[in-house]
Ligand binder design. Structure first.
Ligand code: SF4
Ligand code: SF4
Length: 341
């Protein structure tokens, strides 16, 4: 097993963490089995959020009686003090605990700080003083907010998308966190489905000693792969490096990284999914991208007004409306082929 220390929090855990977002799509019994199996296999860090529907309740059920043997992290996207306090109480009740090891502001559009008028930082401090929260972190998709969270010196952890497809700017963030004594929690280590070689992803991330990946797990088979990394931590062999380079080359140029910096779209288009649909269905089992729900999401592209809001915010300089249109055309062609229409 390889342990990791999460910055100044002092939290030390096995370095494969568990991201509980996908558990909301799994029935309670199955989710509890997956979580118990994860615990038995050595995983100790579990990350959830108030707005992952019933994910917290599943963790609460799974870790009943062994609460102190796991590290529980959750998040709130509350915008008012009242909502913050309500979220915290609900989360504690769902997780069947009276404290959270780590409580994070969930992707706020600004970095909560003392005296900013929102009252959110003060509410977090009150919760910490009351012993309901041991450590404070922030998760974000925006570079600017991530940088503010490091510069202000208030936060103990940053959660940010991080994979071998990340830009050098994102890699700098992890280094800046290490220098500031902050823990860095890597979300989307498989780049939201674009990376299919989990072994390569794990080996690459292991080269960053202070980075804790939280692998999103929905099926027992996926979990088994990550548990195998605990017994036999992957290292960056020449073969894996070659695969990473191939992926980077395949995905070079105008591809959407799924970071979500450009969102929300006023038309409700899920840009971070729809603008890379062509890659997603070709690089992962395609069936799940052609469900009625996915088709609906893709059809929403037709409502794009080309307002340019997303273009102005994309750090990769993408012509997002054009990219969306190309993805829609490609998707419709494949859909027609599949349905024989
Ligand atoms: S250009 Fe289209 S996709 Fe982008 S924000 Fe405007 S409406 Fe949404
Ligand atoms: S269009 Fe740009 S900003 Fe939006 S999700 Fe894709 S890469 Fe990120």
């Amino acid at each position: 097993m390889a342990d990791i220390r999460l910055g100044s929090t002092g939290i030390e855990v096995e370095r494969q963490g568990f991201g509980a977002l996908p558990l909301q799509r799994v029935p309670m019994d199955e989710a509890v089995s997956i979580l118990r199996q994860a615990f038995d296999g050595g995983i100790r860090f579990f990350d959830t959020a108030r707005n992952y529907s019933d994910s917290e309740e599943k963790l609460g059920q799974a870790f009943k009686g062994i609460r102190r043997q796991v590290v529980l992290a959750s998040k709130t996207n509350a915008k008012t003090v009242e909502a913050f306090n309500k979220d915290l109480e609900t989360t504690l009740r769902n997780l069947r605990t009276d404290f959270l090891d780590l409580y994070q502001f969930h992707n706020p559009p600004f970095c909560p700080m003392p005296g900013d008028g929102s009252g959110l930082w003060e509410a977090m401090e009150d919760a910490r003083r009351a012993g309901k929260v041991l450590h404070v972190g922030i998760s974000n998709h925006r570079l600017k907010v991530a940088r503010q969270s490091i510069a202000c010196g208030l936060y103990e952890t940053l959660q940010f998308p991080f994979s071998y497809l990340s830009s050098s700017v994102d890699l700098d963030l992890a280094r800046e966190c290490a220098q500031a004594g902050m823990g860095f929690i890597a979300m989307k280590a498989l780049a939201g489905g674009l990376v299919s070689n989990a072994r390569a992803a794990c080996a690459w991330i292991s080269a960053f000693p202070g980075v804790l990946p939280i692998w999103g797990v929905q099926r027992m088979g996926e979990l088994e792969e990550f548990l195998a990394f605990i017994k036999d931590p992957p290292t960056l062999t020449a073969e894996l490096e070659a695969e990473i380079e191939k992926d980077r080359a395949d995905l070079a140029g105008d591809f959407c990284r799924g970071c979500g910096y450009c969102m929300p779209c006023p038309q409700g288009i899920e840009i971070n999914i729809c603008a890379r649909m062509s890659l997603l269905w070709r690089r992962a089992p395609p069936e799940r991208f052609f469900t009625p729900e996915s088709q609906l999401k893709m059809r929403r592209i037709e409502s794009c007004t080309c307002c340019g809001a997303c273009v102005a915010k994309c750090p990769y300089g993408l012509d997002t409306p054009a990219l969306l249109q190309r993805n829609l055309e490609d998707y419709n062609a494949e859909l027609a082929r599949r349905t024989g229409a």
